[in-house]
Design a protein around this ligand. Sequence first.
Ligand code: ZN
Length: 316
Amino acid sequence: MKMARLFFTDQYRITLPEGHKFPAHKYGLVRQLLQQDGDFDFVQAPVISPEIVELAHDPKYVRSFIAGSLPAAAMRRIGLPWSEVFVQRALASVGGTLGAAHDALDAGWGGTLGGGTHHAFRAEGAGFCVFNDIAVSIRFLMNKGRISRAAVIDLDVHQGDGTAEIFFNDAAIFTLSVHCHRNFPFRKQQSTLDVPLPDGVADEDYLLRLSEVLPRVLAFRPEIVFYQSGVDGLATDVLGHLALTHQGLIERDRMVMHATRDSGVPLVITSGGGYSRPIELSAQAHANTYRTAWQVFCADEAPGESIASDTAPAPA
Ligand SMILES: [Zn+2]
């Protein structure tokens, strides 16, 4: 059976005050669920150097965060308390996405159980996001001459405002954000294509809107697509106002994966947000995204491979 590898960062355990909204233990839960499947190898995401992060961020911001010397107001916007382990986790989170991007260029797709920290702007963090892993990875691959055009498909329930700001007016990058309009961030940025949805949108309408806009991303002819696959559009999410189901999210993921695979564009999968109560519902939805990727990229590509060894002789 074909194995796929996924990067992880859940060994960095950040300590949070009682009742904090950030679901720190979700990442370990997702890995546990996927470990039971036996289809994946898990690789520790490499801690990336600050110089690479500075390809997409203000060096002063990067150095201040790492040193723990950001002003209190800037840390409040990030919404998580500073610690050494948080710094390691933030750098590894970018490393996981960059590792997955290399896998995608080599093998058609790559995944990391984290990343998608799309509220990180060039010179400040926000909404649990410190560094914009997708933006850094795109800048890195462009600097190395590996790609000249890229696209971001951001389906988190919140707008990918940091990504939109970093790539604003950059003709080489297409940013799509499909999000709930009446939700954080309340001051929206301008993506290449924004699809603001009203509260309460359910599977059928959501998938219809997505199917209408995906062709525009592919018409841009990106050489790689980064997928922010946030699952906070689930009906049970406490920070989203949409009404999607687990099955709806699976179909959403499949739509993105088929579209990129059938166009021959490498796909990088990052997790993004998920804040359901109980959190196991989000973990399950994230796990489904990677399972769907395995089916689309690993199982479909060799039809019959697993059947061939145990089927009966050819019919007479
Ligand atoms: Zn979100």
